[in-house]
Design a binder for this molecule. Structure first.
Ligand code: SF4
Length: 50
């Protein structure tokens, strides 16, 4: 999707282009991509739904 650009040694993901396939997370040989849980996910985990 060409959603990732690198400038000055820092990679950025363009949320408008990203289709959230998570291939970058799964395939990065340096494990450079961390996933963050959003507010809803954290709330669901807190109440034991996830
Ligand atoms: S989740 Fe998929 S589309 Fe989004 S940046 Fe990663 S590889 Fe690209």
């Amino acid at each position: 999707m060409s959603a990732i650009t690198v400038a000055d040694g820092l990679a950025r993901v363009d949320d408008d282009l990203c289709i959230r396939c998570y291939c970058c997370h799964e395939l990065c040989p340096d494990a450079a991509i961390d996933l963050e849980t959003g507010r809803l996910g954290r709330t669901l985990r807190t109440v034991g739904i996830r």
